[in-house]
Design a binder for this molecule. Structure first.
Ligand code: ADP
Length: 333
């Protein structure tokens, strides 16, 4: 989060001090005016011989009225000053808050643009290089040809996944409809885990599915996306040796509980809510080394909500992250 320029704080401090100072000045002037009025009263009463001793004027009705009015005015000035300072401080706070939101949204967009440019450019550059190699060196050995084309395919997969994520997140905000069918969620998790294990060779993946679980009514593509996103994140943010556990168990009366835990860097408490917002990534793009767009968890949260489920982000012990999803079994989607 960028800080406001120092001059802003100086102006705010000056305004608050100036208000305080003018209030004190006003109180003092009111005090002097009161003293003058009291002296004038004492003089008038003495001249008109309405009092015997000079000090007696303090017992008169006029003096009581003057004092009463003075106290009311002092109270009014003080009240106005407090109200003004409070409303000024409140206004500044509200302005600051909305400015902070604007800045953070702009920063997220900037991060997104930086990461998406990188994510789009690097597979394209990779594919181009491979095609150029094919063009220049006609007599490539078959095993090299094989290796190069496998790499090119992996790069196109990366691009396809990115484009799919972009489309899915745009759809989820507008027109996404669940395509409900009976799903063996345990089987789906096994398949997703196999896919992620192929991609992250150093990851140890443990899948633990309770036997005889009821089928879930849900969207196959959507739930696959949830599984792959959570498992890939677990692998990505637990380098160099990810140990990932995913389990599916019966929950309360009519739900299943699905967990994905890792032993990685974890998510700090203050970031736990924000990681689910679109394009949000912890830290800044310049310091981050992992690839990503900040769309994965946004997609996961949206999909879980479309399935009328609940999503929790917890700390794993001794380190890492646990995502827990409660998914209703029988439902009207
Ligand atoms: P991406 O992985 O593309 O950056 P996500 O939306 O999937 O985007 O995640 C948002 C952010 O949440 C990530 O950038 C990362 O900082 C944090 N995060 C997500 N999953 C994990 C995890 N398993 N462990 C630690 N941090 C995570």
């Amino acid at each position: 989060m960028r800080r406001l320029p120092l001059i802003t704080y100086a102006i705010i401090a000056y305004m608050l001090l100036a208000f305080g100072w003018w209030s004190v000045l006003l109180l003092r002037m009111n005090e002097s005016a009161h003293e003058a009025r009291v002296n004038e009263l004492a003089y008038r009463l003495a001249v008109q011989r309405q009092i015997e001793e000079p000090a007696d004027f303090r017992q008169t009705e006029q003096y009581f009225r003057l004092t009463e009015e003075f106290e009311r005015q002092q109270f009014m000035i003080l009240g106005e000053a407090v109200l003004l300072i409070l409303s000024l401080a409140g206004g500044i706070y509200l302005l600051y808050r909305s400015l902070k939101q604007e800045i953070s949204a702009a920063e997220q967009q900037r991060n997104f643009l930086l990461s998406i440019t990188h994510e789009l450019k690097s597979p394209l550059a990779g594919i181009r290089l491979i095609l150029e190699t094919f063009q220049r060196r006609k007599e490539l050995k078959p095993e090299i040809q094989q290796k190069l084309s496998t790499n090119a395919l992996a790069e196109t997969d990366r691009l396809t996944a990115l484009v799919n994520d972009l489309l899915l997140s745009a759809k989820l905000e507008n027109v996404f409809d669940i395509n409900p069918e009976e799903i063996d969620l345990g089987g789906l998790i096994h398949e997703a885990a196999d896919r992620v294990a192929m991609k992250y060779k150093t990851a140890q993946l443990h899948v633990d599915i309770e036997p005889d679980l009821p089928k879930v009514i849900g969207d196959r593509l959507g739930l696959t996306s949830v599984a792959v996103n959570l498992l890939e994140n677990a692998a990505k943010y637990s380098q160099p040796n990810p140990v990932i556990h995913t389990s599916l168990q019966r929950g309360g009366a009519s739900e299943v509980v699905w967990e994905v835990s890792d032993n990685g860097i974890g998510v700090p408490d203050r970031e736990k809510k924000r990681v689910f917002t679109k394009f949000y990534r912890v830290g800044s793009e310049d310091t981050r080394t992992t690839k990503g767009t900040g769309l994965g968890l946004f997609i996961v949260r949206q999909l879980v909500e479309k399935h009328k489920g609940q999503l929790e982000l917890l700390d794993n012990e001794p380190k890492g992250t646990t995502f827990r999803i409660y998914l209703p079994v029988r439902q009207d989607l």
